[in-house]
Write a protein that binds this ligand. Sequence first.
Ligand SMILES: [Zn+2]
Length: 404
Amino acid sequence: MPRAARSLVSGDVRRHNLTLVLDHLVASGPSARSEIAAATGLTRGAVTALATALSAAGVVRESNPTQTGRGRPITRLELAADTVAVLVAQVDADTATALLTNLAGDELHRVERRHGRPMGAPDAVLDVLGEVTRDALRAAAELGRRVVEVPVVVFAPVGGEPPVVLADTDLGWGVVDLLGGLRARVPELPGVVTLASDGWLAARAERSLLDGVDDLVYLKSNSGIGGAIIAGGRVVEGAHGVGASLGHLALIPDGPACECGQTGCLVTIAGPDALLERAGLTRLVGEHGLAAALDEFSRRVDTGEPAATAAWDAALPWIARALQVLSLATDPSTIVIGGFWAARTPSIERAFRANRPAVAAAFGGPASEIPIVSAGRLGTDAALLGAAWAARDRLLADPSRLGV
Ligand SMILES: [Zn+2]
């Protein structure tokens, strides 16, 4: 190859072109070289050279040739990366989870263990997180995969450098060096380890399933109440990294005291603990875990059981008020309701629309559709999947980490 041509496919340009090819395969699935060339604007020759490098590194492979009418059978390229994996570790108010995925985001292995919610005792929770993380590392080894990235998800604000958990009111934590604690327990922890807050990851994951939504309010409940605000395509992080602490909007006049130090926070009347207590289901958390207790709560609201229905009806106006305040503060095109609330989106939307300004009608559509209120599609896995997808995107943006 002449020197000039070689320099064109080296360094940044080569990395950029590799990412173009990989992004296309993620978005469109198995594709012929000609299809990749047409979609990316690269020449057929460039695609062939890049595909050869990606195949040699085990990142893509050729599918079995398929015969399409006359002519030669078509061989497609597909993402393989059989040798690498992403390990997402997550701590919520009830459970430690480790999820192993391939680059396409497909689940390879998953282990969940309840930590029993020992309030104010991060070491006990970290012990369980360490166990599930080691279990997933063993699974990766058995599958012959190298773990290249370990995103750690917490249901709490994160800040600092290196990042730490700033406070987790669901677990009674102040500042906790979760990554340091995990590394101490799992010294073999490989690759790049990151720490992120669930609400932002979940909001980005839900947004990636919507078309052209740059302004979004994401409000969810499973472990506490959380969410994110996306404005102009960017998550609002705030000056201290605690933007969109939506469970702690102090809405209720003379309301109950909250772990955070305020009174009248949304979470004190609409959070899982409050709902389960009013519904008489608190003991289920101890016996079967928070997720199972919330499933039972939802089932009882669906069937009109009086205590659960009363608990939900008491929470609903305050959830609606939070959305009314957020809507006028941020003017989103879409509100996404996540976690176990997703299944309750119709009642939340009705309560929200019951107190909307007349000006909403002037925004170019029926007031009943501004903003759009929709149920999240990823359920309680939104943050886990968001973390896996974000790690995938970081890897594809730097294929050298995949050995290409
Ligand atoms: Zn609070």
